[in-house]
Write a new protein. Structure first.
Length: 516
């Protein structure tokens, strides 16, 4: 005999509810396998899985996987993550019940993986014990802290004029083949003497270009603290789409445990093009430049995950250096405009400067860092205050003097100083400068010690100064490195060393033990 219905509840109504619940349960278990209605261009239209949700992983025949990109009334669009050559109309599809997730943890350090965490460098699998979804909420405002620690790149023009802070988002933007990836790789390599974990994400890049990046980090950096997430141009569009999100999840593991991490996404222009391709194939309405309306939200929710956490959350940080490509230096195009408005500043690279052999080809007038100056070491901030203004004035004067000769002595001096600033900001690859090297160079520049030096000798000065400082101003080097402050005694020691080195390079002073 069944238990009586509760008072006030109609027993027939309750029986009908229970029968409906049973039918739903049976129906969902029976409908856990769907079928492919049609497939093409990396997109499969699937029916028969009414319980599937956005972002859920589905498994096709022959172990082909995909994720749900959009839902319709009776069907859904699934983006394949593998080659679907053996998947056709009528193939069975199974729901996994979980969204896209990737392995995280120290087991990934030093490895080259695809966005799903599968190894690409060797056959040894990733023995990760933890997995996290690729879509994670950004830290709330109350969970964040001020950006107060520098993220030094070793590139003089960046560290002195457009300093980066740990937890900042700084866009690197410019035309094709202007050195965007080079600046990002320099930042990775410069972390070899720090505790920063680096994650490099390649989206739609050529295999040869990715190999060059990995080889450069292995040769000059600390690859044992780097993760390379590769979705090259030949990869499935689904892998290219999820690559930046997977990279952020892998980097957040270290940030959430109180460590500092740096992530480079190379590049978001190709990621946006992949998103546009998938959106058009799934019949999303196109907007400006045929991009779907959610492209801004896509990149905003991605880059918002970069932050410095409060001490209550562990105090870790995640710094993002997204890269974007422009056409004919058009910064007002849709994707560059979106990314500039999302990030905390941009480093703009000029094709004209690159062609003129100015490397890195940073456009000082268009570049800006809205946060990092507050995190810049005081020693460097004290000596770099006027460099940008002097350089900008020099560029204007140089343009005007093309139409006539120089008659004013003061203008000639400004032109000479500007030429030396430009030579000083020209820096070879894999020649990172320490904080003390940058401080000494800019202090000497401000005191006019470089004015009598031939422009051709500036490169020799930059190359010889680190070892010369260690030998002739070792105590000052140690104090500035430790404190980040430049007192009068250390400034005097640096200026004396720069003056001595300049004299040796110009042959006006005898060399002790040979010319550096």
């Amino acid at each position: 005999m069944s238990d009586p219905a509760p008072v006030g509840v109609d027993s027939d109504w309750l029986d009908r509810k229970l029968e409906r619940l049973d039918s739903i349960t049976l129906g969902s278990s029976a409908a856990s396998v769907g079928r492919v209605e049609q497939i093409g261009d990396g997109i499969a239209t699937v029916s028969g899985l009414p319980e599937a949700k956005l972002g859920e992983v589905l498994t096709f025949e022959n172990d082909v996987s995909g994720f749900v990109l959009s839902l319709d009334r009776a069907t859904m669009s699934v983006v394949l993550l593998d080659e679907g050559v053996n998947v056709g109309a009528g193939s069975s599809v199974t729901a996994s019940g979980h969204v896209l997730h990737v392995p995280v943890g120290p087991e990934l350090l030093g490895r080259v993986v695809d966005p799903l965490g599968r190894p690409l460098d060797r056959d040894e699998a990733i023995a990760a014990s933890q997995f996290e979804p690729i879509e994670r909420p950004a830290p709330a405002i109350i969970e964040r802290d001020l950006v107060s620690e520098p993220m030094e790149t070793g590139v003089l023009v960046v560290d002195s004029l457009f300093a980066l802070g740990r937890g900042q988002r700084e866009l690197i933007v410019g035309d094709r083949a202007t050195g965007k990836t080079s600046i990002a790789v320099e930042a990775m390599i410069n972390q070899k003497s720090t505790d920063v974990v680096c994650v490099y994400v390649a989206v739609g890049q050529r295999a040869t270009a990715v190999d060059r990046v990995i080889e450069a980090v292995q040769a000059h950096g600390a690859p044992e603290r780097c993760i390379f997430v590769v979705a090259q141009a030949a990869s499935a569009p689904g892998l290219q789409w999820m690559a930046p999100f997977a990279g952020f999840t892998m980097a957040e593991y270290f940030r959430d445990r109180g460590q500092d991490a740096l992530i480079i996404v190379d590049d978001l222009s190709k990621h946006a093009a992949t998103h546009r391709e998938l959106a058009l194939l799934t019949n999303e309405p196109p907007g400006r430049e045929a991009y779907p309306g959610d492209i801004f939200y896509l990149h905003a929710r991605l880059l918002e995950r970069a932050a410095r956490l409060s001490p209550e959350r562990g105090g870790g940080s995640l710094t993002a250096l997204p890269i974007a490509e422009t056409d004919a230096a058009n910064l007002s195009a849709y994707i560059p405009t979106n990314l500039i408005s999302i990030t905390d500043g941009q480093i703009v690279l000029s094709a004209d400067l690159f062609a003129a052999n100015q490397r890195p080809a940073v456009d000082v007038g268009l570049s800006v860092s809205r946060v990092g100056g507050k995190a810049q070491k005081k020693a460097l901030r004290d000596v770099s205050g006027r460099v940008r203004l002097d350089y900008s004035q020099f560029l204007e004067l140089e343009m005007f003097t093309r139409f006539g000769g120089l008659s004013d002595t003061r203008v000639k001096a400004q032109i000479a100083r500007g030429q030396r600033i430009r030579a000083l900001l020209t820096q070879p690859r894999f020649a990172s400068l320490r904080l003390v090297d940058q401080v000494a160079l800019l202090a000497g520049l401000g005191e006019g010690l470089l004015d009598p030096l031939p422009i051709a000798a500036i490169n020799a000065l930059r190359r010889s100064l680190p070892s010369f400082l260690d030998a002739h101003a070792g105590e000052a080097v140690s104090r500035v490195t430790t404190s980040g402050l430049l007192d009068d005694e250390c400034r005097a020691a640096f200026l004396a060393a720069v003056r001595e080195l300049c004299a040796r390079l110009t042959g006006t002073a005898p060399s002790e033990g040979g010319t550096p």
